[in-house]
Design a protein around this ligand. Structure first.
Ligand SMILES: [Zn+2]
Ligand SMILES: [Zn+2]
Length: 163
């Protein structure tokens, strides 16, 4: 089992230039290759409405300095008042790593996390089960002690009555 720390740090960002995740929703343009490296950085923008669009489509005149601060309109779904975060295919945006982690890796991490939680819950349940068993054993012992005392009392009373 991989530790949770390992599970979260192995999430490698997508680096494949042919990765179908990275394409503009409007024109389907993919990440630029090393040879045709786009001068505009970053080449793609992730919108708060959940769309990846290329710089050409969101900023036909070129990306402004304050692109990530200002509000914009999505060229794909036309939602207004959206915020943007630049994506270049190398480093996933802060807090959105899962969105850019290959699905197989996500499932592996999830399986690791589930196993970790399940193991802990099972251990917890086993602990209380054994406590309950110990308590019930104690109760049985006390019950048998009481029964013995009762028998002895009865015996003593019989002796007294007969004597
Ligand atoms: Zn485009
Ligand atoms: Zn949109």
């Amino acid at each position: 089992m991989s530790s949770p720390r390992q599970a979260s740090s192995t999430g490698s960002p997508r680096k494949n230039r042919n990765d179908p995740i990275f394409h503009c929703r409007v024109c389907f343009k993919g990440l630029p290759t090393a040879a045709s490296k786009d001068p505009i950085q970053p080449p793609f923008w992730l919108t708060s409405c959940g769309h990846i669009v290329c710089s050409d489509h969101i900023f036909p005149e070129g990306a402004p300095e304050n692109a990530t601060v200002k509000k914009h309109c999505c060229p794909y779904c036309e939602k207004g008042d959206i915020s943007l975060v630049g994506v270049d295919g190398a480093e996933p945006p802060e807090g959105l790593k899962d969105y850019f982690t290959p699905a197989t890796e996500l499932v592996e991490n999830l399986a690791g996390a589930l196993k970790f939680q399940y193991d802990n819950v099972l251990r917890f349940a086993a602990h209380y089960k054994s406590l309950a068993e110990k308590l019930s054993e104690k109760l049985d012992n006390q019950k048998s002690v009481l029964l013995r005392v009762k028998d002895e009392l009865l015996e003593a009373r019989e002796l007294k009555n007969s004597g």
